[in-house]
Design a protein around this ligand. Sequence first.
Ligand code: ASP
Ligand code: MG
Length: 420
Amino acid sequence: MKVFKFGGASMNSVDRIKNVAKIIQSFEKDQLLVIVSAIGKTTNALEKVAEAYFNERKEEALQLFEQIKNSHLTTLKYLTVTRWQEAENQLKEFFTEIEWLLHDAPVRKYDYYYDQIVCCGELLSTVILYHYLAEQHTSVGWLDARDVVRTDNNFRDANLDWAFTQQKTTDTLQHFFSKHNVVITQGFIGATDENESVTLGREGSDYSAALFANILESESVTIWKDVDAVMSADPKKYPSATNINSLSYAEVIEMAYYGAQVIHPKTIKPLQNKNIPLLVKSFLDPTLPGTCISNQFTKGLPPIIVYKESQVLIQFKSKDFSFMEDKPIHDLHEIFNEVRIKPNVTQNTAISLLCCFDDRTEKINELAARASVLFDVSMERSLSLLTIRHYQQDVINNLTKNTTILLEQKTPETLQMVIR
Ligand code: ASP
Ligand code: MG
C-alpha cells in the first residue's frame, strides 16, 4: 500500500483536480490511501469566517462562508454529471452544519469554534475529488478522517490518542480496502471522544499522511507538490538554489524544524520510526525524479539555507543579579508552556537568557507580560533567523552582507544567526 498526499495548491482549479485524479488513476492497480488538503487558500478563507463569527460579526461570517460555498459548488459542477446531485447533497450537509453554528452567538473559546469551522475545507475538497473519481469508474472510497483520528481537546493543535487511532484506522481501512483500491480521506483533521472536530495545526496534512503511513505500514509516502524537488534554499530568495534528489530523515527534520517550508516538521518521526521512505514529487510533472527522503545518509550536500522572517529576540534578565541557572530557567520554561510558545534558538549568559521566537504578537505580548513579573524583559522585533546547514564561508559572507548579527550559534553542521 502507498500513501499519497495532495496539498491545496494541487487542487486549486478544475484542471488541477483532474490532474490529481489522473495521477491517482495511474497508480490505481496498487492500494492507495490519498490524503487531501483543502482546496487552494480555503483554510485561510475559513479562518476569516471563524474570526468574523467569534467577533460577533455574524452577517460578515455568513457572507464569507457563502463565497466558499459557491466556489466549491461551481468546481463540483464542472467536474461531475451523473454523480453531481449526490455530491452536492453531501456538500450541502457540511454547509448546513457550519451555518447552524454561525447562527448562534459564541459561548465557548475561539479555538473550539475555529476547529468546527476550519475543518470543513478538507471535507469539501475530498468529497469533490471522490465523486469525480467515482464518476470516472475508479474503485474509490471516501473516509471521514474524524471517524478514525482520535485526539484530545487541545483545539487547533490537538494531540493524538495513539492507541485508539491505531486500532480504529487499521480496522476501518482494512474494511475499505477489501472493497476499493483507492481511499480518499482528509489531512489536518480529527475528532475528540465527544465527536467534536479538531485540527492538528496549520499545514498539518503532511503529518496526517505520515500517521496513516505509520499505522498501515505503507511502503512509501508521496507528497505531491508544485516544485520539482526539495531545494537547498528558496529559489525566489536565492537564485542559486539547487534540487536535492536524496536526503536523510535527520537532515530533513532539521531543515523543517528551522523553518524550511518543505514539509511539516512533525512528518518525519512517524516515517523514520517505521523506516518508510518519503518521496517529494511534482504534480505538474510526475515523470521528474523528485526527492527521496530515507534513512540513507547523503554525503556532499550543498549548503542548505533556511530563512525565517518575523522573528523577535527577547532577553530575560534576572532582576537581582542571580545566575540564569536551574530555577529561573525552569520558571521561564513554565511560562513558555503556559503561553504555548517555543523558542527557535536560545542562548545563555550569566544572568540572562536570550530567546528568538516567531513573532505572533498576541502570544509575545502575553509572554512578555508574564515574564516581566520575574525578569527584566527587553525585546527587538522585525528580525530574521538565518540557518545554514553545511555552511561555507563564502556563503556566510554573502548572506550576512549589510546585516547586523544579534545572536550566533555554530555547530560543525549548523550555523544559526538572528539578524537585523
Ligand atoms: N489545509 C490546512 C492548511 O492549509 C492543512 C494543510 O494544508 O496541510 O493549513
Ligand atoms: Mg494547505
